[in-house]
Design a protein around this ligand. Structure first.
Ligand SMILES: Nc1nc2c(ncn2[C@@H]2O[C@H](COP(=O)(O)OP(=O)(O)OP(=O)(O)O)[C@@H](O)[C@H]2O)c(=O)[nH]1
Ligand SMILES: [Mg+2]
Length: 320
């Protein structure tokens, strides 16, 4: 019999890593158990934990960067959680064994918590579960939560963009900046990193990025473009500085509160949509629905009128 959600949450706050892992599984699975678990977890825009989204094309060096970033944050005495979102992520022990080994530097560190979140074929679930998982990690006392996603699809980009600071990683080479733009990454980037700066074409890529960012016109925050060689830990301290500068900007301008409120609004909307969709499934099944379908098929009613009839006859309020 699994421990209750409330007990897990309490144990998690007490520093029990196994409880934290189980609570995250509950959150990942969603449903009523997740709802109960998170009911005790207040959402506040003033939460002083910082979420960094790291996104970019497959193989851009996100995990390598994350690994070194974690190292520098630990040197500064910070507790760090990493959420790797991608079934092929090295954190799952899958694709790239080398990276798994590199992360082992932090494996025995009680102040580093690494967790992969599987998409399990439903990305919609992921965009619901990720902010909740981040909230759980913040409640567990991790001052920094790094979320690594592969920036390929709309949902992954959304997940990455739901961070306090979003880092977009590209590589040198013709067109990499353009690819990032096409994937919708320019809009969400607060900090840009040209990683693998030990390769040719860095200047051109920086130039590309800069000119594309300038098209957006002047903004309150001008996203910096940094160069890193993640494998050699080059430029990672500068990345950490840029994260700090962006954080100060958001706090000082009041933008942080606005952003976090927007995130809560998005999350709420997604939850409402989920529940309404479930109700719609109920309405569009059973005897009554079959009768209405027959009416439309016989020409006794039209689809629009029938739809309204079904909705008006349904109870969309209250508990399921
Ligand atoms: N030359 C060079 N190679 C790098 C650099 N950073 C990372 N790599 C290598 O690039 C490969 C991919 O790095 P990862 O950190 O796994 O990239 P990723 O973006 O996390 O990859 P996915 O999670 O699979 O999307 C690895 O073989 C790294 O060693 C760099 O700055 N220079
Ligand atoms: Mg990775």
């Amino acid at each position: 019999m699994p421990a209750s959600a409330a007990a897990l949450l309490a144990a998690t706050r007490g520093g029990d890593r196994a409880a934290l892992a189980r609570l995250l599984s509950v959150v990942e699975a969603g449903g009523d158990e997740a709802r109960t678990a998170l009911a005790d977890l207040p959402v506040t825009v003033a939460d002083d934990s910082w979420t960094v989204g790291i996104t970019g094309a497959p193989g851009a060096g996100k995990s390598t960067l994350t690994n070194h970033l974690v190292g520098h944050l630990r040197d500064a005495g910070e507790r760090v959680a990493v959420l790797a979102i991608d079934p092929s992520s090295p954190f799952t022990g899958g694709a790239i064994l080398g990276d798994r080994v590199r992360m082992q530097r932090h494996d025995t560190d009680p102040d580093v918590f690494v967790r992969s979140m599987a998409t399990r074929g439903h990305l919609g679930g992921l965009s619901r579960a990720t902010p909740q998982a981040v909230r759980v990690l913040a409640a567990a006392g991790y001052g920094w939560v790094v979320v690594e996603t592969v920036g390929v699809g709309q949902v992954e980009v959304e997940v990455a963009g739901a961070a306090d600071t979003t880092v977009v990683v590209v590589n040198p080479g013709w067109g990499d900046g353009v690819q990032a733009a096409k994937a919708g990454l320019l809009e969400i980037g607060d900090v840009f990193v040209v990683n693998k700066a030990d390769r040719d074409g860095v200047d051109a890529t920086v130039r590309d990025l800069r000119s594309m960012l300038e098209l957006a016109g002047p903004r309150p925050w001008d996203p910096p473009i940094l160069e890193t060689v993640a494998t050699e830990d080059r430029g990672v301290v500068e990345l950490l500085d840029a994260l700090g500068a962006h954080r100060r900007h958001l706090v000082d301008s009041g933008e942080l509160e606005r952003r976090r409120e927007q995130r809560i609004a998005d999350e709420l909307k997604a939850l409402v949509l989920d529940r309404l969709a479930k109700r719609a499934d109920d309405v569009c099944s059973g005897e009554r629905f079959a009768t209405v379908v027959r009416d439309v098929a016989d020409g006794a009613s039209d689809p629009y009128t029938a739809a309204i009839l079904l909705i008006e006859g349904a109870d969309f309020g209250g508990e399921p």
